[in-house]
Design a binder for this molecule. Sequence first.
Ligand code: FE
Length: 335
Amino acid sequence: MKLSRLLFTLTLISLLVAPVASAIAEELVVYSARKEHLIKPLFEAYTKETGVKIKYVTDKAGPLLQRLKSEGANTKADLLLTVDAGNLWHAANEGLLQPLNSQVLEANVPAELRDPKGQWFGLSKRCRTIVYSTERVKPADLTTYEALGDAKWKGKLLLRTSKKVYNQSLVAMLIATYGEKKAEAIVKSWVANLGAKPFSNDTKTMKGILAGQGDVAVVNTYYFGRLLKKNPDLKLALFWPNQDSTGVHVNVSGGGVVKASKNKEAAIAFLEWLASDKAQNLFADANMEYPVNPKVKAHKFVEAWGSFRAMDTNLARAGELQTDAIKLMDRAGYR
Ligand code: FE
């Protein structure tokens, strides 16, 4: 090819490519209820790879949703990242997110861990499972969430407060599985077995077991991981319940594209990247969670807790049934 012809071809290519490149935003704004130290390394990695800069605001889920609502069409936010399907569902239900059509997200995020309407997608998994004292309980003593209401656990069960969305989602999924009547009987039987008033967080709940206030509890796996990392001789272990029936309650942290985003294409590209093989370990490992992408393995430290069967009901149910769950817990005397 002659030089002049080559130059002509290159000019033509750059003319064709230029409009596409300029349509991709150079900066995205993320509102994140996921903590700064967990997301900053991801944002930096994305900027390094693509040149797209990421500005972010971190706060609790409630205030962030409130802020998105009041900013309305004027918001600068392109993406919302938050924990718990209950919160993601709320954001979608308030009309703050937009439905996406992305084959990449559909391939990388299992159907039960994303909104059937495509408004939010799980990006990491956390299991709300049973933790027990290795000094006073044998795994053979345990079977299911509902069996924590058996008389043998009288005064030995510890729970976190019902005010926390994690427990609201857990009870919502019990309603989805068993119906309201049976779910209420289960929660009542738990309350009857409490060894102490519900704790304000999962870590305190586990420390309650170590202090002898109870023998078993229900917590998110990464809180167990944090304690284990500090103390490898921790006298606690995880148990995977309901393996012959419904499976372990798995929740997610995840995200969606803000309805008023002016950078939709770039926001989708970033979400797709977060669910990709190369970003999933960065996303999950930082908080000792599980990748949602089935092609990606959990960190060795997390994998050592064993494999399990997970519940396959769509997590949108945790949002849809949240109000019912809150009322049910109140009726059952779970504070
Ligand atoms: Fe948490």
